[in-house]
Design a binder for this molecule. Structure first.
Ligand SMILES: Nc1nc2c(c(=O)[nH]1)N[C@H]1C(S)=C(S)[C@@H](COP(=O)(O)OP(=O)(O)OC[C@H]3O[C@@H](n4cnc5c(=O)[nH]c(N)nc54)[C@H](O)[C@@H]3O)O[C@H]1N2
Ligand SMILES: Nc1nc2c(c(=O)[nH]1)N[C@H]1C(S)=C(S)[C@@H](COP(=O)(O)OP(=O)(O)OC[C@H]3O[C@@H](n4cnc5c(=O)[nH]c(N)nc54)[C@H](O)[C@@H]3O)O[C@H]1N2
Ligand SMILES: [Mo]
Length: 784
């Protein structure tokens, strides 16, 4: 068992540490030999798409690409361990609940459909037919289809997602909360209104040509390790990499590529960021507005002296709307507000602005550090405003790059896993399939939780994911799920959502991406879309973890058949015999997928169109819009600080460790941040620790502050002195989700504000009789 230690990590990101970690994961999952073969086929033309992140693969045809955390994701799925009926016979649900998420995950792959038996508080095996009949009975008994909720996590393939939305709409609702609502919804919302498409505009080739890459609120060393390869190449050829992050993140500083023999052999590494701005949590809007102010001030100076404008005036005139009002707003924003809210000094902001001016071609990337605040949409608009000033959109080496999370989260949205489907799409669905789809907007994630709590929704169906703890306000969400008549989870591994269930409950085990999927017509491949709109095929290579597993498309088809029966216009069971048939329907429904089956079989796949990249602006103004926004000074954080006078109120960002995939905890280390053997840690500035009269290693309880008056606490976190601005804290998700208020979400996008939770700290006070969950450093299955 590893003991908890905190020590400085001096190595680069990647490197030998990454290889050691991969080897350990493979051994822990007992898959040394199979694992190696499995890894070699990740992201190969005849292999499967890595179930890790959505970062694209270089050409997808020749290079051998995997990363440490992709390897962990693959190993987690290819594990030898099984969570079969014996496990559920041995432990009641109440007993399973006492174990940590890490332990639950460690039990291995689920093998058998299981139904909750209230009389014994155990899950018991059931047949697929009985499971579908039970769900159908519940769905058909509801007073309205809008009482059912259909969640999606972003690993679901295009084929499964397409069938799923088709079934649910034919059944009669648009209740499609998805992980996107908690993730890049702010990006989609901001980009759509500003440039007419809710996706990024760059491709990997742009990374080869950029002069500067600005990275806001993203930790690629952990969450998109293959992106480090691109950044490293860029850095080597002199491209400036400019990071904005409150935390010092090793992956943004130095990187050794595990696939570069020389770098590995010499323990060398490449410096990644040329410039690192440690702004305050939530300070990006202010910082970027300050950069723009610098750019505009410099432009006025230069042009007043008869020089050529520093802005791309031709682009602004031809392609944009709203520049004058926007510029006036920026010039009127006082520097004091910008400095106070960003936490940077004027010289730093002017330097960042100067870096922008000096670079001909600029890419802006961002992640969850940007999307999960109250003012996220406005912040993204400000980042795009910056790009627009010098025409950094729709030309080589430049553009917007929201870096997606789940490996097919972007594809699921393209397939219209969306609670607000556009009318034109619904018309098309009606024309292709001959039924009238529902027009009413459905619930998003926050709306779905509220509806379950107050009884407007009674059935929860989860296509993957871990709704119970990935969502905000863990206690409120649990109340909602427990209030349901039926909860169903289609899933690969045991997780907390299966233990936080309705009166009836089902666990439906499905094939993972690495596994061979055989249907009537033979082995099938599915398709996915990466963060840069490339669509390609993915085919598993491992035998299924159990003979009883069904593929996600098969589960949807059989569920639709059971629920809709003769009412349906769709030949469900015929469709899943051969996924080409599903792809033909996708091609009929979306113009961009014409000749889908042919095009996706070309090695490397194909790229979806993107109007903004072609400088066509599908917005109400017909242009790319400059969108002004005031630097916020009255957010929940500000109000909490004002209300709590003397007590220090901190801003908490909930974030990922190096050894987790969202709610799936692989291990208890966070190597690059120097944390080993413990997840309940709180990163805090050493001066703040002093000011609290505490020492590193002390344990504290956290309480978040919200105007709704509800008391939200998370207990027992160890203080870790870290290079982070004063007043800012970071801790891991999902342990801190009980602190994120359900009622606190981003304007417009309704993304929970997981990166800016106002909290106060107190020395840890153990509750009488309370028990910490049973934690095991290594999965119990390995111990046995
Ligand atoms: N191994 C692994 N890979 C993953 C995942 C995983 O859990 N594990 N998750 C996947 C998913 S679904 C997603 S969405 C992505 C997430 O990938 P990221 O977007 O990297 O997500 P986070 O780890 O939540 O944190 C992002 C960074 O934002 C910084 N930050 C926090 N607040 C602010 C702020 O106000 N401003 C700025 N500028 N920075 C801030 C944090 O210090 C952290 O470095 O990764 C995907 N890939
Ligand atoms: N506080 C806080 N909360 C957050 C975030 C944060 O930064 N801070 N980040 C948010 C973000 S960005 C996201 S994307 C969400 C993630 O929310 P989710 O997508 O709901 O959560 P995951 O942890 O990715 O889901 C893991 C589960 O998916 C199942 N699974 C894995 N592979 C497959 C598969 O191939 N098929 C099926 N059917 N199931 C599979 C496994 O059972 C596993 O337990 O969480 C959000 N919540
Ligand atoms: Mo995500």
């Amino acid at each position: 068992m590893s003991k908890q230690t905190i020590r400085k990590y001096d190595g680069p990101a990647g490197g030998w540490g990454a290889l050691k970690s991969v080897a350990r994961t493979l051994i822990e999952q007992d898959i040394e030999i199979k694992g190696a073969k499995t890894l070699l086929r990740a992201n190969q033309p005849d292999g499967f798409d890595c179930p890790g992140c959505a970062w694209p693969d270089r050409d997808h045809t020749s290079t051998f690409e995997f990363c440490e955390n992709g390897a962990k994701a693959v190993a987690a799925e290819a594990t030898k361990f099984r969570a079969g009926p014996e496990l559920f016979a041995r432990y009641s649900v109440a007993q399973l609940r006492e174990y940590s998420d890490h332990w639950l995950e460690g039990q291995g792959r689920l093998t058998t459909p299981m139904r909750y038996d209230a009389a014994t508080d155990h899950y018991v095996p059931t047949s697929w037919d009985d499971a579908f009949a039970l769900i159908a009975a519940h769905l058909n008994a509801l007073a309205s289809p809008d009482e059912a909720i259909f969640y999606t996590s972003g690993r679901t393939s295009n084929e499964a997602a397409f069938l799923y939305q088709l079934f649910v709409r034919e059944y009669g609702t648009n209740n499609f909360p998805d992980c996107s609502n908690m993730c890049h919804e702010s990006s989609g919302t901001a980009l759509k209104k500003q440039i007419g498409v809710g996706k990024g505009t760059v491709s990997l080739h742009d990374f080869e040509q950029a002069d500067a890459i600005f990275i806001f609120g993203q930790n690629p060393g952990t969450n998109h390790p293959r992106m480090l390869g691109e950044l490293r190449e860029a850095a080597k050829r002199g491209c400036r990499i400019v990071s904005f992050n409150p935390l010092r993140e090793r992956g943004l500083e130095r990187f050794a590529d595990p696939q570069d023999k020389l770098e590995m052999a010499t323990y060398g590494s490449t410096r990644i960021s040329s410039d690192y701005f440690q702004l305050k949590i939530g300070g990006d809007l202010a910082a970027v507005k300050g950069m723009i102010k610098h750019v505009l001030e410099r432009d006025l100076e230069v042009t007043a002296n008869g020089g050529a404008s520093l802005l791309d005036r031709a682009f602004i005139a031809e392609h944009t709307a709203g520049f004058d009002a926007f510029a006036a707003d920026v010039l009127a924003e006082p520097w004091e507000v910008i400095l106070e809210e960003s936490g940077l000094d004027e010289a730093q902001i002017r330097r960042a602005g100067e870096l922008y001016l000096q670079s001909e071609r600029v890419i802006a990337c961002w992640g969850m550090g940007i999307t999960q605040h109250k003012h996220s949409v406005a912040t993204i608009n400000m980042i795009v405003n910056l790009l627009l000033l010098r025409g950094n959109l729709g030309r080589p080496g430049a553009g917007a790059c929201p870096v997606r999370g789940h490996s097919n989260v972007q594809g699921d949205r393209t397939m219209m896993i969306y609670e607000k489907p556009p009318a034109a799409f619904l018309d098309r669905l009606r024309d292709v399939f001959g039924f009238e789809p529902p027009r009413k907007e459905g619930y998003d994630t926050v709306g779905a939780i509220e509806a379950m709590i107050d009884g407007r929704a009674k059935v929860f169906f989860g296509m993957g994911g871990n709704f119970a703890i990935a969502t905000p306000d863990t206690e409120a969400t649990a109340r909602g799920l427990r209030n349901c008549a039926l909860t169903v989870n289609v899933t690969t591994k045991l997780n907390r959502s299966h233990l936080t269930h309705g009166r009836d409950a089902l666990i439906l085990p499905c094939l993972g991406r690495t596994e061979i999927d055989v249907q009537a017509a033979g082995p099938q491949g599915v398709t996915v879309e990466d963060s840069m709109s490339m669509v390609h095929i993915s085919a598993g290579i491992n035998p299924p973890a159990s003979d009883l597993l069904l593929s996600e498309p098969a589960i949807v088809a059989r569920l639709a058949h059971a629920t809709l029966g003769a009412r349906s216009r769709v030949p469900w069971l015929w469709l899943v015999e051969d996924y080409d048939r599903i792809r033909d329907l996708i091609a009929k429904t979306f113009d961009d997928f014409h000749d889908f089956n042919a095009r996706v079989r070309v090695p490397g796949g194909f790229r979806l169109s993107n109007t903004a990249r072609d400088r066509k602006w599908v917005t109400p103004t017909g242009k790319a819009n400059f969108i002004a926004a005031a630097v916020p000074t009255d957010n929940p954080i500000h109000r909490a600080r004002r209300m709590h006078g003397t007590q220090p109120v901190f801003t908490l960002a909930t974030t990922r460790s190096h050894d987790q995939y969202n709610t799936t905890v692989y291990g208890l280390d966070d190597r690059y941040r120097g944390v080993f053997g413990e997840r309940r840690v709180l990163f805090i500035n050493p001066e703040d620790i002093d000011a609290l009269g505490m020492k590193p290693g002390d344990w504290v309880d956290l309480e978040s502050l919200c105007e709704d008056g509800v008391r939200r606490q998370a207990k027992r976190f160890m203080l870790v002195a870290y290079d982070i601005p004063r007043g800012c804290l970071a801790a891991y998700y999902p342990e801190t989700n009980p602190l994120v208020p359900l009622s606190s979400f981003a304007d417009e996008s309704r993304t929970p504000t997981s990166k800016s939770v106002p909290v106060v700290l107190a020395p840890h006070a153990p509750e009488a009789g309370a028990q910490a969950p049973r934690q095991r450093d290594i999965p119990a299955a390995v111990v046995r």
